[in-house]
Structure formats: structure tokens, C-alpha cells
Design a binder for this molecule. Structure first.
Ligand code: SAM
Length: 281
């Protein structure tokens, strides 16, 4: 018998709690995973019995936040699935040039034809690898932009704000860009890189729950929501994509992960030719 022993009823209660708080669908095969998360939180809260921890958790808003934080999968790395980002930047570049601003340092926004900074929302940004990768490539093209980067997990946002990563995480970054946009750590920081301020100043991090929080009033040229809906069931995914639709300007782009699909979902996005992970409002 494992040190953590939960009944089927307790498992169901926890799975329902996780689902209602985050949209994350925990199926029956995840019992062992859930036990390891409970064990982690029992150590952190110094509660020695599993049943006492579960009693403590159920009515404690702060602990629910910590527990959900533990349950999230935050795997990410720089320049992940970068083809979609390259396509998106090509799209913005074309829109930018339509505003007549020339090639370098141009502005532009979809929809209204009025020159302004591009607004992007990276809606499940994890440790920041994704929004910083996007920012680096937008800077390379001389575009004027700002990125809102959000996640449900406060611990990943703390990592993102620091902007320090192991060299492993940046191994897909082309070497010239690595030199231009990162500082290499020395001494104790050897094996780590820090994202330069010129990149960081374009990205604002904020906690945001895709399932329960009201979408911002502001509308975006691009919304990225990649590699999070794989943890949601169809009902939650449909709800999330339709909420994010409202956060886009007309003509704006919605980008999902390569392993994700909008097939069999009711939505108003248009599919784009040759870009299976990119949709348009
Ligand atoms: C696997 S990471 C993907 C990170 C990045 N988008 C990428 O593609 O590399 C999934 C992220 O979704 C976040 N997440 C899970 N449920 C969420 C929710 N309901 N609202 C906002 N973020 C959520 C997790 O905290 C995690 O950081």
C-alpha cells in the first residue's frame, strides 16, 4: 500500500475540484499522479495524514490555488513549434506594411487600419519561454508590439518574471539570436542564460485562469493558446476558444498547439490554408 491512500470517492472529489477550478481533466488512470501531488502538498503544509490534508484542502481557497499549481503541467521551451510563430510574424509583417510604414521599425494593427503597436496575448505562457521567443522574433523584424503573457500558475509566472533559464531550454534558439538577446551566466550562474531587458520590457506577466476569469476588454491582434487545451475535455476547450474569440480584433489570429485541434468544436474562426494550427477571426 502506498503512503498516500485515497478512496475512489476522494479521488472523484479531487478530480471534480481540479476540473471546476482549472478545466484540467483528470481521468481515472491518473490516480498515482494525483497521489504524488497530494504528497507534495502534505510536505509543504506539514500535514502528516492524507485525510487531514484533504479536509484542509476542500474549504481552503489559498490551498486550492497551491494544489492546482502543483497539478499543472508546465513543460515549455524556447522556439517550441516555431513554424506557427514564423507564419504569424509573416502575417503581421504584411499587415504592418499595409499601414505604409516601410520595412524597419513599422507599426500596425489588424482590423482598423490605424497604425499602432501590435498587441499579442499569450494565454497559457508557463515559464515565459513562449512569449519571450515571440518577442525576440518580433524585435528581429523591427515590429512595434507588446505581449500580455498569462498563466493560472503563480510559480511559473515567478520564473518567467526572473527570465533565467538553463542552457537546455534555449537549445533551439538560433546562435546569433542567443548572443543578441540573452546574457550568459558565469560562475554560479554558469549553464544558465538570462533574457535581456530589451526583450523583457515588451512582455507583461499576469495571473489568469482561462476557465474562470473574465477575458480582458482589450482586443488583441494575436492570441496564442498552445499546449494547454490538451489537458481540457471538449466542453472546456469549446468554452475557452469561444471566450478567446471575443478577445481578438476582427481579422486577428488565434494560434493553438500542433497536437491540438478545433475539429468537432462549435466556433466562428476561419481556418487558414497550409497553417493547421492558425485560425482567423
Ligand atoms: C504545457 S504548458 C504550455 C506552455 C506554452 N504555451 C507552450 O506551448 O510551451 C501548459 C500551461 O497551461 C497552464 N494552464 C493550465 N490550466 C490553465 C487554466 N485553466 N488557465 C490558464 N492556464 C492554465 C499551466 O499552468 C501550464 O503552464
Amino acid at each position: 500500500m502506498s503512503a498516500i491512500d485515497i478512496s475512489n470517492k476522494q479521488f472523484k472529489t479531487l478530480a471534480n475540484l481540479i476540473y471546476s477550478e482549472s478545466g484540467i481533466h483528470i481521468h481515472d488512470g491518473k490516480m498515482e499522479l494525483l497521489k504524488s501531488k497530494i504528497a507534495k502538498r502534505m510536505r509543504a503544509t506539514r500535514i502528516s495524514s492524507c485525510s487531514s490534508y484533504l479536509e484542509y484542502l476542500i474549504d481552503n481557497k489559498d490551498e486550492i490555488i497551491e494544489f492546482i499549481d502543483t497539478v499543472t503541467t508546465n513543460h515549455s521551451f524556447f522556439f517550441r513549434e516555431n513554424r506557427s510563430i514564423e507564419n504569424m510574424i509573416r502575417f503581421l509583417t504584411d499587415r504592418g506594411s499595409m499601414t505604409g510604414k516601410g520595412n524597419a521599425s513599422f507599426h500596425g494593427a489588424v482590423g482598423n487600419g490605424v497604425a499602432s503597436s501590435f498587441k499579442l496575448w499569450c494565454a497559457a505562457c508557463s515559464t515565459g519561454d513562449e512569449p519571450y521567443s515571440v518577442a525576440i522574433q518580433l524585435l528581429e523584424r523591427g515590429l512595434d508590439f507588446n505581449i500580455l503573457a498569462t498563466d493560472i500558475s503563480h510559480s511559473v509566472l515567478n520564473v518567467a518574471i526572473k527570465g533565467i533559464y538553463s542552457s537546455e531550454r534555449v537549445k533551439n534558439v538560433p546562435v546569433p539570436l542567443l548572443h543578441r538577446y540573452f546574457q550568459k551566466g558565469n560562475g554560479k550562474q554558469s549553464g544558465f542564460v538570462r533574457v535581456k531587458k530589451t526583450v523583457m520590457e515588451h512582455v507583461a506577466f499576469k495571473k489568469f485562469n482561462l476557465v474562470t476569469d473574465a477575458v480582458p476588454q482589450e482586443q488583441y491582434d494575436v492570441v496564442l493558446c498552445r499546449n494547454v487545451m490538451i489537458y481540457f475535455d471538449n466542453a472546456t476547450t469549446e468554452n475557452v476558444i469561444n471566450r478567446l474569440y471575443h478577445a481578438l480584433k476582427p481579422g486577428g489570429l488565434f494560434i493553438i498547439g500542433q497536437a491540438e485541434s478545433l475539429m468537432n468544436m462549435k466556433h466562428n474562426f476561419k481556418s487558414l490554408k497550409n497553417t493547421p494550427s492558425t485560425f482567423q477571426k
